[in-house]
Design a binder for this molecule. Structure first.
Ligand code: ADP
Length: 489
């Protein structure tokens, strides 16, 4: 274990396979940097297929006994894991801020949210009920069982390094599956800290394995997991491009697949809405995690009669954001995660400005703070030919577009191949119900900008994904339904 330079919680510099802290067989490592300072935090093993084979074998071996545990045993171990996660929430949040850059208060929020999945699935583990079906013929009894699908591969992104793992792993483990986790290359330390606490809680070796790798090895590792006959399913959260590739790779083995991909959330403000609350919700939805959230508001559609007033209110709130190193007290917005993200956000803003958009506030990098900081930005004068109109921005850039009728705005909101989240603010209850039903998304916030809970189903429609995580539906991905017919009774 190495201490980070600034006396933050210590990070683990080894991967976790079969209950052991291990290096890559090749001996290779890669460096992970703090996005706020661009200073190295530590290195972790740069694993490849040779290492993943061991992790898969370990998960497979563990599954042979884990699948025979009782739901109550799994529940109790998950509960212990949850209690340790709560006990260590401060250091987990510190590690998260160190590697992901988000303000410490936000990291504590993510840890609370992420921990809640472990608590939830500790409880749900006991409720994987089957069914007894009334038989249409005499002398038969018809039973439906739910059984764990087997070892699963979990591939997670850097924007929620804690919650994206617990949301998958806790559900898988509750169902009786074992897992091989491949965290994002930018944020491996949270994953390793989670595994350490899982082991401490008494989860048997091989139930959780964490394989760290650089970006260069992520492709081959993903392919191996998709194609390995020992892996029963894949759950992925990340970009649409990689999600589509995994879908393809899973086809050969007709493998279970859960996908949580990109969004392009509309955030609609109708004329009768409470504009103060709408602006608060807009700020929270857009600028949390520096805009790097798949359910972030991506397009603000504002009814023309309140457009100027809403823009002014949002601007006031944006100007109060305190950008800086997430480790400093009072900081409310951190840096972008990496230079690819910085370039993408910068190009999207430059493209809009070149095509006539107006920068109300922000619009450029904050180099005085560091390479990866981008000022929170508000753009108006948006046209359909601008990249920000269609693409997922994934950065601290709010674009406001006026509309005149409900029909028009719903049409614009739905004019995307994505369908993850959508938000709208209204004072009219009939409109609330109508628009909630019309939006082509998996999750809707009515007069609310932050809507995720462990208790509710998270997921999208259209190209935003397949399946649901969290909630009572979250274990479906990890269980098979088996019908058993008792005949000749
Ligand atoms: P982002 O563009 O936001 O980094 P990605 O979809 O590229 O999102 O990354 C999400 C996760 O997918 C990360 O853990 C990353 O290492 C992994 N990944 C990247 N490329 C591949 C791939 N070809 N196959 C499997 N996983 C991949």
């Amino acid at each position: 274990r190495t201490m980070s330079s600034r006396q933050y919680a210590s990070v683990i510099d080894k991967a976790f396979i079969n209950g052991q802290w291990v290096s890559a067989a090749s001996g290779k490592t890669f460096q992970v940097v703090d996005p706020a300072t661009c200073q190295p935090i530590s290195s972790v093993p740069d694993m490849n297929i040779d290492d993943v084979k061991l992790a898969v074998a370990s998960a497979d071996k563990a599954f042979q006994s884990w699948k025979h545990t009782t739901a109550k045993e799994r529940s109790q171990l998950l509960r212990k894991w949850y209690e340790l996660l709560v006990e260590h929430q401060q250091s987990l949040a510190e590690i998260l801020t160190l590697e992901a850059g988000k303000p410490l208060s936000e990291s504590l929020g993510e840890v609370g949210y992420g921990n809640a999945f472990v608590e939830w699935f500790a409880e749900e583990a006991k409720r994987t009920y089957g069914e007894v079906v009334p038989s249409p013929v005499k002398s038969r009894e018809l039973i439906v069982l739910r059984q764990p699908i087997g070892p699963v591969g979990l591939i997670t992104p850097w924007n929620f390094p804690h919650a994206m793992i617990t949301r998958k792993a806790a559900a898988a483990i509750a169902a009786g599956c074992t897992c091989v986790i491949k965290p994002a290359e930018d944020t491996p330390f949270t994953a390793l800290a989670l595994a350490e606490l899982a082991a401490k809680a008494g989860l048997p070796k091989g139930v959780i394995n964490v394989v760290t790798s650089s970006r260069a090895n992520a492709g081959p590792i993903g392919k191996y997991l998709c194609e390995s006959p020992q892996i029963a399913g894949i759950s992925f959260t990340g970009s649409t491009a990689v999600g589509k590739l995994l879908y393809e790779q899973c086809a050969e083995g007709v493998k279970r697949l859960g996908l949580e991909l990109g969004g392009n959330a509309p955030f609609i403000v109708f004329a009768g809405a409470n504009l103060e609350k709408a602006a608060d919700g807009a700020l929270a939805s857009k600028f949390r995690n520096c805009g790097q959230t798949c359910i972030s508001a991506n397009r603000f559609l504002i009814q023309d009669t309140v457009f100027d007033e809403f823009v002014a209110k949002l601007r006031q709130r944006i100007e109060k954001l305190v950008m800086g190193d997430g480790k400093t007290a009072g900081c409310t917005m951190g840096p972008l995660i990496n230079m690819d993200q910085v370039k993408k956000v910068e190009q999207i803003v430059e493209d809009a400005v070149a095509k006539g958009a107006k920068v109300v506030v922000g619009g450029k990098r904050a180099l005085e703070l560091g390479e990866r900081f981008f000022h929170p930005t508000l753009l108006t004068g948006i046209k359909e030919n601008m990249r920000c109109y269609k693409e997922e921005i994934f950065g601290p850039v709010a674009v406001c577009i006026p509309f005149s009728s409900e029909e028009e705005c719903v049409k614009v909101a739905n004019s995307t191949e994505r369908g993850l989240a959508g938000y709208f603010y209204t004072g009219d209850i009939a409109q609330a119900w109508r628009v909630a039903k019309e939006l082509e998304v998996g999750m809707v916030g009515v007069n609310e900008g932050l809507i995720s809970h462990a208790e509710t189903p998270f997921g999208g429609i259209k190209e935003s994904g397949i399946g649901r995580e969290g909630s009572k539906h979250g274990m479906d991905e990890y269980t098979y339904i088996k019908y058993v017919c008792f005949g000749n009774l």
